[in-house]
Design a protein around this ligand. Sequence first.
Ligand code: HQG
Length: 179
Amino acid sequence: MKPNNKKISKFLSLVLRHKPETIGLCLDENGWAETQELLERLAKHNKSIDLKTLEEVVANNDKKRFAFNADRTKIRASQGHSVRVNLGYTAVEPPEMLYHGTATRFLDSIQKQGLLKGNRHQVHLSKDLNTATAVGRRHGKVVVMKVKALEMYQAGFEFFVSENQVWLTDQVPVEYLEF
Ligand code: HQG
């Protein structure tokens, strides 16, 4: 990602996942903002970008964090929200194992409580080790654990996969974790 696009992506994450009120934006119940309104509100708050730049950020974003609807009149984050939205993903069968990267300082707590969603909607899991490692490194000294996803699914836990291929579930009890 171009450095400036990274900055734009970070700000879009803030308004499309966590604090739309920062620029007076409204998200609908499914997390969509009107593209035109987003551009107008960004401009009013000294963060002006044109539609072409927005399209470039959506298309080239390293994790494909944002998506337009079919006619590009709306835009949303594909996962990662703390505001309540219904992303409308359907429950699917996960692979046998998924990965979760975290920091070593969280391990004691995770060993007691399992994985909890914290501020976000759901626990985020990755299907590959590299992504999980990068996610964990954001928090400190990284440790990656395996999640027995298929076993969880067979026991009745629901799994979802976001448009940008992040696996989501409400919680992971400790018995499904391998450290
Ligand atoms: C930890 C990024 C103590 C959990 C990434 C994590 C991801 C516990 C932290 C997405 C715990 C929450 C999400 C427990 C979980 N006790 N700590 N019982 N259960 N934790 O940032 O998964 O770049 O909310 O291990 O790529 O790190 O923003 O979640 O360390 O996909 O697009 O609590 O965010 O995407 O941290 O990351 P986060 P995450 P973006």
